[in-house]
Design a protein around this ligand. Structure first.
Ligand code: SF4
Length: 390
């Protein structure tokens, strides 16, 4: 870009960011007036749990970068975190294993994301609340009424449609999952699907799917933000809520309803084993020399080239590790229908599914055109799955 044009471009970007910052400040002031007082003094809770001010500042920098915002937004991310417990959440459970809640709330590492989740204003959460039966149902009705239009409805689990929805009934009145989801979602400010089951149907929607389980979007016809993963990363959930608190809007989504800031790139693009893929150095058998040396797991069925998520970037348990780092390939858990199309194959996908999986590796094996072939072929495979989603 010519020098004049590049400074014009920089000016334009600066102006856009300044406008966005103004919008953010106005919205945060509005939230402070509109939403209930914070339930917890977040900074005091951090201190009590042994998270220093320095760690919190480091976290705000990492979260600002993860949300694809420039460093000038760090104070706003910190302020949104302090206001996190103002946002009322109603968390519904349908057909699932509760692993998403477990993964979020039982971490042994109290990092900032986990503490945010502990201080969240959960007005209703069937696994965590003490109430049951009629009392639980009253709590739900009261929360929906008190926070109508202001709460976020978080849904964990797919929704069975079989037998007019009667494969899943809840509460003393025996309402179906479809009825409960419709009643609550229509009063919510937004619906967030947590995990692959509510996002795409998940394991209960896998073939032969006897209960006709489907995603929330398919079951009740509402737009959802899909925080996919089995389980999803807590960072992607807290980041999406922080974005909502900062801007009063949900982040930009991809064609599967996933926030682009978290699901915009392939696992393969962030993978620390990628240089071995490019150099045709593959694990051929569990426990072989390649496995000991940390080579690429593609031939052992890694689905990283077909899967969009930031696992390798944000990792799990306070950034300590993630499946590929621990030695197992990606199973594609953030993609729709992965239980049928990706997880069962402990080898590269057959040609008939995504077109060219085996051939891709053969080409790479030849290695003469090595890196270029790898890049182009893997991109073609990834594009295949994108088009399938569309
Ligand atoms: S195929 Fe899997 S292990 Fe290999 S570089 Fe890609 S994501 Fe990493």
């Amino acid at each position: 870009m010519a020098k004049g044009k590049s400074s014009e471009y920089k000016k334009m970007i600066d102006t856009q960011y300044r406008d966005l910052m103004k919008h953010c400040q106005v919205h945060m002031e509005k939230i402070e007036k509109d939403l209930p007082e914070p339930r917890e003094d977040f900074l005091a809770v951090l201190k009590e749990r042994g998270v220093s001010r320095r760690d919190f500042i480091k976290w705000t920098s990492a979260m600002t970068a993860a949300l694809m915002l420039p460093p000038m937004f760090r104070p706003m991310v910190a302020k949104a975190a302090e206001n996190f417990s103002r946002l009322p959440i109603i968390w519904l459970h349908f057909a699932e294993c509760t692993g998403c809640s477990e993964a979020f709330l039982r971490s042994s590492y109290p990092n900032v994301d986990n503490i945010l989740l502990e201080t969240i204003s959960l007005e209703y959460h069937e696994t965590l609340m003490a109430a049951s039966g009629y009392q639980a149902e009253q709590n739900l009705e009261k929360a929906v009424k008190d926070f109508s239009g202001k709460f976020i409805c978080v849904i964990e689990g797919g929704i069975p449609r079989g037998l007019h929805g009667k494969y899943l009934t809840l509460g003393p009145k025996g309402k179906t999952g479809i009825e409960v989801a419709k009643e609550v979602a229509k009063k919510a400010a937004a619906v967030l699907c947590i995990g692959t089951c509510s996002s795409f149907g998940g394991v209960q929607a896998a073939s032969p799917n006897p209960t006709d389980a489907v995603s929330v979007k398919k079951a009740i016809g509402v737009s959802t933000v899909n925080i996919a993963g089995c389980p999803p990363n807590a960072v992607n959930f807290t980041g999406t809520l922080l974005h909502y608190l900062m801007f009063g809007a949900l982040p930009a989504l991809d064609n599967l309803g996933r926030p682009i800031w978290a699901y915009g790139k392939r696992i393969h693009d962030y993978c620390e084993r990628r240089p071995h893929f490019d150099a045709s150095e593959f694990v051929e058998e569990w426990g072989d020399q390649g496995a000991l040396k940390g080579w690429c797991l593609y031939k052992m069925g890694c689905k990283g080239p077909y899967t969009y998520a930031n696992c390798g970037k944000v990792r799990f348990n306070d950034g300590i590790s993630w499946p590929i780092m621990a030695g197992h390939g990606c199973i594609g858990c953030t993609e729709a229908d992965f239980w049928d199309t990706m997880a069962p194959y402990e080898k590269p996908l057959p040609d008939k599914i995504y077109g060219g999986g085996e051939k891709t590796v053969d080409n790479i094996g030849i290695a003469l055109t090595g890196v270029a072939v790898a890049g182009v072929a893997a991109h073609a495979v990834a594009s295949g799955i994108r088009h399938k989603g569309e």
